[in-house]
Write a protein that binds this ligand. Sequence first.
Ligand SMILES: C[S@@+](CC[C@H](N)C(=O)[O-])C[C@H]1O[C@@H](n2cnc3c(N)ncnc32)[C@H](O)[C@@H]1O
Length: 224
Amino acid sequence: MAQFVVEYGKSGTAPPAPDGRLDAPAFHRNHAPIWDALKGFLALHSGDVLEIGSGTGQHIATYAGWAPQLTWWPSDIFDSHLSSIAAWRRQAACDNLRAPQRIDLTDPAWRWSPGGPLTAMLCFNVLHISPWIVAQNLISGAARLLTADGKLFVYGPFMRDGTHTAPSNAAFDASLRAQNPAWGLRDVRDLAALAAAGGLALAETIDMPANNQVLVFARPARQN
Ligand SMILES: C[S@@+](CC[C@H](N)C(=O)[O-])C[C@H]1O[C@@H](n2cnc3c(N)ncnc32)[C@H](O)[C@@H]1O
């Protein structure tokens, strides 16, 4: 069963390195498969990419090196994570990786700095460890900020049509809800409905290792 981490460096997870860098063991398993799902779009586009809930900062620091034509903007809510992202950024030394900023998706009026249209938004492993309002504000923010052909990539474990895709996901969901009744695996169907109501569409679902999925949201195709 997947383990959940609310704040890296606490509750049994490895403490930060002296410079503040935190390490998420799952990053080492999942960053390459996630990139394989994203690179068909990200490797071919330029512009700005905002990540919500960057955590340790390892994904964005790696991807900034792999797609130098994009400008990458990390964010999180915890000071410890913002420090870790800043430390990974120093180590990566990529000109196209910007300083982390605090963005809390429980705020319906959330903004990113400096603002403007986004080529892509990334949100990995966040929606099951936060209340539903975070999913609502993620989708509404993407509808507000994405360029006409921009995409929102959401990665994590999800339910499908009211059913868990694996017993381990059901057990993970139960452990999350026991910790906080507002948390838990979200259903792809509910996220698709949220997107449709907000002017986006669920364009693609990509099965990933360990019963995870990448959900790709975009503006709906024009009907002629
Ligand atoms: C399990 S960690 C995943 C971190 C990273 N995306 C990854 O996949 O390794 C969940 C992240 O969501 C962030 N988070 C939780 N609630 C949030 C909120 N309301 N707004 C933005 N980020 C949030 C946490 O601070 C944490 O970094």
